[in-house]
Design a protein around this ligand. Structure first.
Ligand SMILES: C[S@@+](CC[C@H](N)C(=O)[O-])C[C@H]1O[C@@H](n2cnc3c(N)ncnc32)[C@H](O)[C@@H]1O
Length: 321
């Protein structure tokens, strides 16, 4: 059953906390230990990521932004006037401005994100600059099926998924996500940013450095568990580490215990030996052909592909089959 996305309220906070607690308990009990990356994203996490985007080390934002104006003009010419744009993981809603500026009389902007308070503020900032565009903020988790609270028939529909967030999914998960997007959007176009980078030094600077903000983003996951679940993580007992791994090529994020430590959560004690890690996120790097294969397997037809001049970022335009 698709979850009906929530436009007005932030949805039952207690249900969210219950899901976080359930996933945290399961992840901390598992070996190796893991916490799902989707819990990185509350107001603190989203604010940290927004700062990461303007660091020199975090190349995906800058590289995508160099491509986007030209790409947006071409996309606008292909899809025509009156489009509804549905952005997945819209965050600070900055990149959408380039798209809305290029499109011919865009009708609606659906901004969909799991980080609801941050999303609402971002859309409030955007709306006055686009008075002709209906703004529809939607609180939803795109790792689940989503039924939008609007009728998408009657005009072109463009899905937009920038920021190489598709990288958080393995190939199997990416195919399932793209199938869900197709089910939600119906007959549509999909513009998606994908990172094909293989340069280990560049990756370690972006995912391990970024002025220490990457560490802060991942440690916020433990801080959030302390705030929202009453957990007792000692944040000083963990350090963030990015690991570049082959087969499939990816960057993993870990929080590694720097000494023996323990955390109480929901009446239970979780012990960590020095050196033990909690896996917090993945960033799979997809070469253009590999991503086009994912697209075809999930019912999308690759229509166009743009690669930045350094070969470290790509934008793909797809059409529903
Ligand atoms: C890497 S940031 C990208 C932000 C922005 N799109 C950009 O390109 O700069 C990922 C965004 O996706 C959102 N997000 C992460 N997991 C999500 C999920 N499961 N469902 C909905 N939104 C999610 C986060 O809150 C965040 O805004």
């Amino acid at each position: 059953m698709p979850t009906t996305a929530n436009t007005e309220t932030q949805g039952p906070a207690t249900q969210e906390a219950a899901a976080f607690l359930r996933d945290a308990r399961a992840g901390l009990s598992a070996r190796p230990r893991a916490l799902p990356g989707k819990y990185l994203w509350d107001v603190e996490g989203s604010t940290l990521f927004d700062r990461i985007c303007s660091t020199r080390d975090y190349y995906p934002t800058g590289r995508e932004m160099t491509l986007l104006p030209g790409v947006a003009a071409e996309v606008a010419a292909r899809i025509g006037p009156g489009a509804t744009v549905v952005e997945y993981g819209s965050g600070a809603s900055r990149k959408i401005r380039t798209l809305l500026d290029a499109l011919v009389r865009p009708a609606r902007y659906v901004a969909l994100d799991i980080s609801w308070d941050f999303l609402k503020e971002a859309v409030d900032r955007l709306a006055p600059d686009y008075p002709e565009v209906e703004m529809i903020p939607v609180h939803a988790d795109y790792s689940q099926p989503i039924a939008l609270p609007i009728d998408l028939s009657g005009g072109p529909v463009l899905g937009f998924f920038p920021g190489t967030s598709i990288s958080n999914f393995s190939t199997t998960q990416a195919v399932a996500f793209m199938e869900r997007v197709r089910a939600t959007l119906g007959t549509s176009w999909f513009l998606i940013g994908v990172d094909p980078t293989r340069d280990e030094d560049r990756l370690l600077r972006a995912y391990g450095g970024a002025d220490g903000l990457m560490a802060a983003l991942h440690l916020n996951l433990l801080a959030r568990a302390n705030r929202e679940l009453g957990a007792t993580f000692d944040l000083d007992a963990f350090r963030h580490e990015a690991r570049v791994l082959p087969e499939p090529f990816r960057v993993e994020a870990h929080l590694v215990a720097v000494r023996d430590t323990a955390c109480r959560l929901d009446g239970e004690t979780f012990r960590f030996a020095a050196g033990e890690s909690i896996h917090t996120d993945n960033s799979y790097k997809y070469a253009p052909e590999a991503f086009q294969d994912i697209a075809r397997r999930s019912g999308w037809i690759p229509e166009a592909l743009w690669l930045d001049e350094l070969g470290v970022f790509s934008l793909h335009l797809l059409r529903s089959a």
